[in-house]
Write a new protein. Structure first.
Length: 519
């Protein structure tokens, strides 16, 4: 008989909001929108907010495990949408609420904390490690995203004999750095005691998920999980743990295969699930197999009841804004992160991209000289105040908001001249308030493209009509034309994506910024 039960924690958030010109990037956080919210927002304020009690009817466990993973760089909700869930600040409040009940809690992370491996990502990794340590995490598995940083970056971030608070162990049964398993990083397994009971923990990453990593075969060695687990399981058996835990950054089927080969594991957290995870645990033999979703929207809580018939109890917790506050400690983590981005001058240090058109961004003032009505319409829109929102944040963040004006992953949709695809600045794009004030906010050229060529020919034509052929003039105008079809298909969605603007409707919001031609 399987020794676990599951329960669901849900929140019906019946309030929705649209924030023009704001994008939910992996710098900050993610959103979650319930089915009730998606059906419409016109009468949302008339309906009550129904919040499910947290961990309802749970007796105090011997200990509780906070299970997370596949965060993909989302530190906290950016505040663009009222419906956002997730973030380390709310996750920490969940820990605090369990501590207030007198529960013993430790965190375990599946890995996948990042999304990229650029300079900004390394700073973000340091911030995430700070957050996990503050929340008393007992282990971090090395997933593909962590391994993309390379062996040197991982080694410098962990000293097994260090004095830093909760010197968070990197754990992996099948990853070796620099071909030397004696480095002590990562540790192959960990056994630790909570309230008189032992947890035996190990983790793996599937080689199938690291095929594009340039370090694999050089500074990084990745064994087949089934082979690497054999000696680890043997050592764990000698420790006789009360609960066996495997963090498996692999597909669900690969994780199932490992459970069948090593039935000693009673709790397995696997990758390979949906971004919006199942609210229940699955089973493989006598093991509980579960997913915890992506982007930090959710956290899994597992209670251990060694004397009960069902020893494990699971609840998937939606980290919504109604049950959870932003913990001051995590706000300070965000301050640390943003300060480092500023002090290390990430905007200038990250390589700029050449725009495919070969043209430069000139700014809205140049456009306004001819497109007077379009400019007047823009000035009335939220697009014209997009940069300001990075400083002030939303109303529900008063007193907690940390400015994002040095954060490339926020600047991409709040200034002009950045690639939303690559989260990188174009060579003539926004650099800083001091150097490029003409490119503040979400301007014309983010949709129409850089207009230096178009603008130059127009002025030449106005001054001397013989200096530019009419055909050249028309061709330059076409370069910056944008049809509604193109806007709907591939432009607006760059910033108004499913995370940030869950209720975005082009027809409805186009009326707020509608403009056309030279007027």
């Amino acid at each position: 008989m399987r020794s676990f039960t599951v329960s669901l924690s849900a929140v019906l958030v019946l309030v929705c909001c649209f924030a023009t010109g704001c994008r939910d990037t992996d710098t900050t956080g993610s959103t979650n929108t319930t089915n009730s919210e998606k059906k419409g927002s016109e009468d949302s304020e008339k309906k009550p907010i129904v919040v499910a009690p947290l961990l309802e009817n749970w007796e105090e466990p011997t200990f509780a495990l906070l299970l997370t993973g596949e965060q993909h760089g989302y530190l906290e909700p950016c505040g663009c949408s009222e419906t956002q869930s997730g973030g380390v600040a709310r996750r920490h409040d969940l820990v605090k609420q369990m501590n207030e009940r007198g529960w013993t809690v430790t965190g375990l992370d599946l890995g996948g904390t990042l999304k990229r491996s650029r300079l900004q990502s390394k700073i973000k990794f340091d911030a995430i490690l700070r957050a996990l340590r503050e929340m008393d995490y007992g282990a971090l598995n090395l997933g593909p995203e962590e391994l993309a940083l390379g062996a040197e970056e991982l080694l410098t971030r962990f000293d097994p004999n260090g004095a830093e608070k909760n010197n968070l162990p990197f754990v992996s049964a099948n990853v070796t750095l620099f071909g030397s398993p004696d480095l002590g990083v990562p540790v192959r397994y960990r056994v630790y005691e909570l309230n008189g009971k032992k947890i035996g923990l190990t983790s793996i990453v599937s080689p199938k998920m690291t095929v594009d990593n340039p370090y694999v075969g050089g500074d990084l060695t990745i064994e087949e999980p089934a082979e690497a687990l054999a000696p680890v399981v043997e050592k764990l058996e000698s420790e006789n743990p009360d609960l066996w835990v495997l963090l498996s950054y692999a597909s669900t089927e690969e994780s199932r295969e490992l459970i069948r080969k090593y039935p000693q594991f009673q709790l397995v957290v696997s990758a390979g699930g949906f971004a919006e995870p199942e609210t229940y645990a699955k089973s493989e033999g006598d093991a509980m197999l579960l997913h915890v979703g992506h982007k930090g929207k959710y956290a899994g809580v597992v209670g251990f009841y060694p004397d009960a018939e069902e020893k494990l109890k699971f609840e998937l917790v939606d980290l919504d804004r109604h049950r959870f506050k932003n913990s001051p400690e995590m706000i300070e983590v965000m301050r640390y992160y943003q300060d480092r981005l500023k002090n290390e001058n990430i905007v200038e240090r990250d390589p700029a991209l050449a725009h495919p058109s070969g043209f430069e961004f000139v700014g809205v003032s140049d456009c306004a000289k001819c497109h007077t009505k379009a400019h007047a319409k823009w000035k009335e829109s939220r697009h014209a105040h997009a940069f300001e929102s990075l400083i002030k944040g939303r109303e529900n963040y008063q007193g907690e908001w940390i400015s994002r004006i040095y954060d490339p992953e926020c600047l991409v949709c709040h200034t002009t001249g950045w690639s939303q695809t690559h989260y990188s600045r174009y060579e003539s794009g926004y650099l800083s308030e001091e150097e490029t004030p003409h490119l503040l906010n979400q301007q014309c050229e983010n949709c129409h493209g850089p207009s230096s060529h178009h603008s130059e020919l127009e002025w030449k034509y106005d001054e001397d009509r013989k200096s530019v052929t009419f055909e050249e003039l028309v061709a330059a105008r076409k370069e910056v034309q944008l049809t509604e079809t193109e806007a709907v298909k591939s432009v607006c969605i760059r910033c108004h994506d499913g995370d940030n603007s869950p209720n975005f409707n082009f027809e409805k919001y186009w009326e707020k910024v509608k403009h056309q031609g030279r007027d």
